[in-house]
Design a protein around this ligand. Structure first.
Ligand SMILES: [Zn+2]
Length: 486
């Protein structure tokens, strides 16, 4: 075909028809054609997706890796401004398990508007999401065939690494805006089968977030999937079946609420750590949402809990060393595997601490310590240290002539691989998430009370790692109150 003939054809067919497309471009072209054509895909302005589904409890289930705790998503609506890079998801979900906030349905509104990620609480209060979450939501914009193929069709997008695996052709796409993703298409139907992006998770490090597309149907001249399944690595986090899809209808206003857009941005403030003596050789290290406890033995120190993230845990460790400068901090006791209570375990390992946890978490922490953190290198990945993890099966007594603390495995509706710490001489119980003094609902306190009775523990004060210290009598009273029925 001569150049002249080719250029005369441009008006009638796409330029790519005149030259042989590269393998990577061919995958994108095939995907666009299967969805309804490149022109149609590129012309989409808005999508409104409504349906129902299931969410899972990544990092917060009964034991590490479990997926038995689910929420029924009774109403799901996701509105996308395809060209404007804006989206909002509104959903109602109902826990199918003993959830710490009780059985009542939860309403969630989460959005992204360019640089601004935001959440709207049930009472209408809008807050700005931290930047890592906003970045995840910008990536999530690409987790739909229309947005992904549209981004891949951009002449400025860089396509690379075409390959075929497991019945799918895949291509890596780098957008001019700095995002990257992998588009997979079914080799027979050519429809997009999956979009994956990489993300950073404080506990898991580098992860892949993938959304698979099934049950395609015709909507407004496009082929669109009615089933969207999202997973973090191999762990399914959400399954949505759409019952209504609209293309280019009048979408609701997707601008970020003013309160969120005007909220100050920037790095989070340095963690504040306060120290309150509880007894001789025992301090409560509070000052944030998640507390720790420092315990002094004759020749070393033990920390209870490395919560949240590296910044919080390194600040807690620094405070511990400041309080008792003459003794080495050698151990950290982890209460349970939930991500918010184990987010600092890697930082503790980087500081040379041995991790003591329920036996049910040992393999999980050993794996967590080895995972790659290349997207955001943390203290452990920089230190190259290996983890020492000690499991507690039933009970472990840490004791010397000056101090005794008994670590006791408890099993209940919150986590089945959980430890509480009892100081027999000081009559203190350290626990978390099972009883939060003054909380609106106490879903697990009754179960904790039953377990403590079995062990016949002498307790004067309950020291929770969330909230304020409570006398034992207050705990018994709150633990005996009726639990809201589902
Ligand atoms: Zn928990």
């Amino acid at each position: 075909m001569t150049r002249k003939v080719c250029s005369s054809l441009v008006a009638m067919v796409l330029t790519v028809a005149c030259t042989r497309a590269t393998p990577e471009q061919q995958i994108v072209n095939d995907a666009a054609a299967a969805l309804g054509g490149a022109e149609r895909v590129s012309a989409v302005k808005t999508l409104v997706l409504e349906g129902t589904g299931t969410q899972y409890n990544l990092g917060q289930d009964l034991v590490p890796g479990a997926s038995g705790q689910t929420f029924t998503v009774s109403a799901f609506k996701r509105t996308l401004d395809v060209a404007g890079g804006r989206a909002r998801t509104e959903l109602t979900r109902n826990p199918n398990f003993t959830y710490f906030q009780g059985p009542a349905p939860q309403q969630q509104v989460a959005g992204i508007d360019g640089a601004v990620g935001y959440n709207v609480a049930a009472n209408g209060t809008a807050t700005r999401a931290a930047e890592p979450l906003a970045a995840d939501r910008r990536a999530e914009l690409l987790h739909h065939p229309v947005t992904a193929v549209r981004a891949a069709l951009d002449p400025m997008a860089k396509l690379s690494n075409p390959r075929t695996e497991g019945g799918q052709s895949m291509v890596d796409v780098a957008t001019p805006g700095g995002q990257s993703f992998t588009l997979a298409i079914d080799i027979s139907t050519k429809r997009p089968s999956k979009v994956t992006t990489r993300a950073y998770n404080v506990n898991l490090g580098d992860v892949t977030i993938g959304t698979t597309f099934d049950d395609y149907q015709e909507v407004g001249g496009l082929q669109l999937p009615a089933k969207l399944t999202t997973a973090t690595d191999d762990f399914t986090t959400q399954e949505i079946t759409l019952t209504k899809q609209e293309v280019d209808t009048e979408a609701s206003d997707l601008a970020a609420p003013e309160a969120a857009a005007q909220a100050p941005t920037g790095p989070p403030p340095a963690p504040m750590v306060t120290a309150e003596p509880l007894a001789r050789g025992i301090w409560l290290l509070a000052g944030g949402s998640h507390h720790s406890v420092l315990v002094e033995f004759a020749d070393h120190l033990t920390l209870i809990e490395a919560p949240l993230n590296e910044a919080r845990t390194l600040a807690v460790i620094a405070k511990a060393r400041e309080l008792v400068p003459g003794k080495p901090l050698t151990q950290v006791v982890n209460s349970h595997h939930h991500f918010d209570h184990s987010g600092g375990v890697r930082a503790a390992i980087s500081e040379g601490l041995t991790v003591i946890t329920h036996q049910g978490n040992v393999a999980f922490f050993q794996e967590m310590a080895k995972r790659a953190h290349t997207l955001q290198p943390d203290a452990l990945s920089k230190s190259g240290k290996a983890a020492t993890v000690q499991g507690v099966d039933g009970m472990l007594s840490l004791s010397d002539p000056t101090m005794t603390v008994n670590l006791i495995g408890v099993s209940g509706g919150h986590s089945q691989s959980m430890l509480v710490a009892h100081f027999p001489k000081e009559r203190l119980l350290v626990e978390v998430d099972l009883y939060t003094p003054g909380g609106a609902v106490q879903m697990y306190a009754g179960g904790l009370l039953e377990e403590l009775k079995k062990h016949k523990l002498a307790i004067d004060r309950v020291v929770p790692l969330h909230g304020m210290i409570a006398p034992y009598a207050q705990f018994v009273k709150e633990a005996s109150a009726p639990v809201p029925a589902s």
